[in-house]
Design a protein around this ligand. Structure first.
Ligand SMILES: N[C@@H](CCC(=O)N[C@@H](CS)C(=O)NCC(=O)O)C(=O)O
Length: 173
């Protein structure tokens, strides 16, 4: 039996959600693999060179990274039910909406994840990183504390940006 599409992604990951929704919409069979520390080391770092999700490994053993490239590659293989509207202007509009969601909606998404859903996000990242730690165990609590004390890296978040992010997503406040 040939290997199917392997999708390395997580519920907590913004860009994994984009690819997962696409795969479900197109009804493309895939298996989702949780990116544990071990998977980051042996698959993602080995194939991509930096720690990132989503990643797709194809049945031919190709590695695809970047949600837009993953979707474009799937579209080339599964053209039926094109996800883009007909017409060049309409396609341009669809691509601009994608760029807006990728680059700008990410800001409020990260803001609300790390303010309103911080505990959940920390638990999720802990669970992904060390699925071998049982919830409530000493190792689990230690790992949770160490994540809690770490500021999210590489995110467009900061004390100064918070009020404007909230104003942007909640007009009138
Ligand atoms: N442009 C990339 C962005 C991927 C991305 O930012 N992934 C996040 C999780 S949603 C990540 O793994 N970040 C870790 C990092 O960038 O070091 C895409 O569309 O796939």
């Amino acid at each position: 039996m040939t290997k199917g599409y392997e999708f390395y992604g997580a519920e907590v990951s913004y860009f994994s959600g984009k690819v997962r929704a696409y795969l479900r919409y197109k009804r493309i069979p895939f298996s989702e693999i949780t990116p544990s520390r071990e998977i980051y080391r042996t698959i993602i770092m080995a194939r991509v060179g930096w720690p990132v999700i989503p990643v797709v490994v194809t049945p031919e053993d190709e590695t695809w990274q970047d949600s837009s490239e993953i979707i474009d590659n799937f579209e080339a293989r599964f053209p039926e039910g094109d996800i883009y509207p007909e017409g060049a202007k309409q396609k341009l509009a669809a691509l601009l909406i994608e760029a807006y969601a990728d680059e700008w909606l990410k800001i409020p998404a990260m803001h609300y994840r790390w303010t309103k859903n911080r505990d959940w996000a920390i638990s999720e990242f802990g669970r992904l990183s060390r699925p071998d730690f049982r919830c409530g165990s000493t190792s689990f609590s230690r790992r949770r504390r160490s994540l809690r004390n770490r500021r999210p890296r590489l995110l467009p978040l900061g004390e100064n940006s918070m009020p404007s992010t909230v104003r942007w997503t909640k007009p009138g406040r």
